[in-house]
Ligand binder design. Structure first.
Ligand code: NDP
Length: 507
């Protein structure tokens, strides 16, 4: 969301600095911002974790991450100017002495100049540590300045409605809401942000963006990956909590929200929250008609054989955790009443793709004879969020020739073609917003709780009735047959992602 306004001086303290997120995402993104000249004159990073590292080892680890994952090359001079800002503090997250040492280091940096230094505390640690770290920061008086002191928490935010409320309650005792950044990195992706640009920067979408013209909407976030090295974590969480509660609901809100009066954070948050509050509650005894769960068994991704979920490292061999979810939702307001929103996400699906497909209603009267319309398809607008980010519009054209025959044709916009450079990493945008205090991309407490409220009946019903058919889809397929049935009952079907259609047609 940032424009190139003032970027204030800051100290970024990373809790869990020895971990994967810091190594793979945060430090490379910060390096790219440094290389592209976004960072101010005064800034520093303090890496904090239990691992026995020193400044030299921490910098070496950071350099490795930057070399592998940053967009910009780490040439020696550019790297040294970056590395000298990084330092490491070893200690236990519950030990008050660590916070005293951190406070000394922060005060020493702040005393070096007259500017107000923004303190950002980034919790790149397992969620179980969130409350203890924030309590210690509060007790040490390190987060007292509401305008300059901020704390970043990565998703997941709780694991159900009650735990999310409890977490928000304990954060509120120490921090003001606008000091808390609940981060879902999906929101930092350029193409997700582009949903706002597309909907509210153009005149011609809004008049048709409603129940009068739209038949239904599908949101697909498909991964080919399994659980990789995160089996232990994922087995406690599952697809509904990991993906639907955050990523898919965010996309749903951006697609369904009312036009904002301005792009300020409060207004965007409010409009997104309205969407969640308008979602028709799912009755616990009717969950089976609205939600489908699945778990992958052994199969193939492309040519490669892959194991089933229950055979993955650190996964319980009798696990009932879902790796696939399909949902039908209704947004009960004037704009969307009666328009189904179908959401699906899963691991070990045939292709990695995230897209939103908006299917329009047919023309009110088909003047053409049946024979002309054999290949007719409804108009569709497809927003592809990744990969090959772009927008595709599908409409009917006349097939060239002496007789009238209609066929669907596609109009394509691809970011890479239009702008060349790939978009920045989500974490670059998010870090910049964070440093500037722009909370637009952060998830507010009320939104997080409203999202859990929608899903709680499903969590309850699924917990009460363990699945009997897991695994119920083979790796490399599009999920369990019940997911097809969810749409087929209404005469619809899931659209194959356009990426696959294009590949099949050799385009
Ligand atoms: P890691 O498992 O790599 O943990 C980060 C650090 O936390 C570790 O290096 C470790 O440092 C410290 N730690 C403290 N207690 C424990 C514990 N009981 N088990 C494991 N580590 C512990 O996690 P990530 O860096 O992958 O993720 C951090 C947070 O960010 C999580 O909440 C995750 O869900 C979220 N996240 C991560 C993403 C990623 O790409 N990695 C993407 C999106 C969100 P030490 O032992 O030195 O103290």
């Amino acid at each position: 969301m940032s424009d190139r306004g003032a970027i204030p001086p800051f100290v970024l303290t990373i809790f869990g600095a020895s971990g994967d997120l810091a190594w793979r995402k945060l430090l490379p993104a910060l390096f790219d911002l440094h290389a592209d000249g976004w960072l101010p004159g005064r800034w520093a990073v303090i890496g904090l974790a239990r691992s026995p590292l020193d400044d030299v080892a921490f910098r070496a680890r950071a350099r490795d991450g930057v070399a592998r994952f940053a967009r910009r090359p780490a040439e020696d001079s550019r790297w040294s100017a970056f590395a000298e800002r990084l330092s490491y503090l070893q200690g236990d997250y519950a030990d008050p002495a660590v916070y005293a040492a951190l406070a000394r280091r922060l005060r020493a940096f702040e005393a070096e100049g007259p500017e107000r230094i923004h303190r950002i505390f980034y919790l790149a640690v397992p969620p179980a540590l969130t409350e203890v770290i924030i309590a210690r920061l509060g007790k040490a008086g390190m987060v007292q300045d509401r305008t300059c002191h901020r704390v970043v928490i990565e998703k997941p935010f709780g694991h159900d409605l009650a735990s999310a409320r409890a977490l928000n309650g304990s954060l509120r005792r120490i921090l003001a809401e606008d000091q808390i950044y609940r981060l879902d990195h999906y929101l930092g992706k350029d193409t997700v942000q582009n949903i706002l640009a597309m909907r509210f920067g153009n005149a011609f979408f809004e008049p048709i963006w409603n129940r009068q013209y739209i038949d239904h909407i599908q949101i697909t976030v498909a991964e080919t990956a399994g659980v990789e090295h995160r089996g232990g974590y994922y087995d406690q969480i599952g697809a509904l909590r990991d993906m639907v509660q955050s990523h898919l609901f965010q996309i749903l809100c951006l697609i369904a929200m009312e036009p904002p009066v301005s792009m300020n954070a409060e207004e965007i948050h409010h409009k997104k929250l309205e969407v969640l509050r308008a979602i028709r509650p799912i009755r616990r005894d009717a969950v089976a008609a609205w939600a489908v769960r699945g778990q992958y068994g052994p199969g193939r991704i492309g040519e490669e054989p892959v194991p089933g979920y229950r055979e993955e490292p650190d996964v319980d061999p009798r696990s009932n955790t879902e790796t696939y979810v399909a949902l039908k939702l209704f947004v009960d307001n004037w704009r969307w009443h009666g328009v189904p929103f179908y959401l699906r996400t899963g691991k070990r699906l045939p292709v990695k793709v995230s897209e939103v497909s908006i299917t329009f209603r047919p023309v009110p009267h088909r003047a053409f004879p049946e024979a002309v319309l054999r290949s007719w398809q409804p108009n569709r607008l497809i927003l592809r969020l990744q990969p090959e980010e772009g927008i595709l519009l599908r409409f009917q054209v006349k097939v060239p020739g002496p007789v009238m025959r209609l066929e669907p044709a596609d109009m394509h916009f691809l970011y890479q073609e239009a702008f060349g450079d790939p978009p920045p990493e989500a974490y670059e945008t998010l870090l910049l917003d964070l440093i500037r205090g722009d909370t637009t991309q952060s998830l507010e407490a009320a939104w997080v709780e409203a999202a859990w409220e929608v899903l709680q009946p499903i969590l309850d019903a699924w917990a009460a009735q363990p699945p009997e058919d897991f695994p119920n889809y083979a790796a490399g397929t599009w999920g369990p047959p019940e997911a097809e049935a969810l749409l087929a009952a209404e005469g619809r079907s899931w659209h194959p992602p356009t990426l696959l259609e294009r590949r099949a047609e050799g385009r």
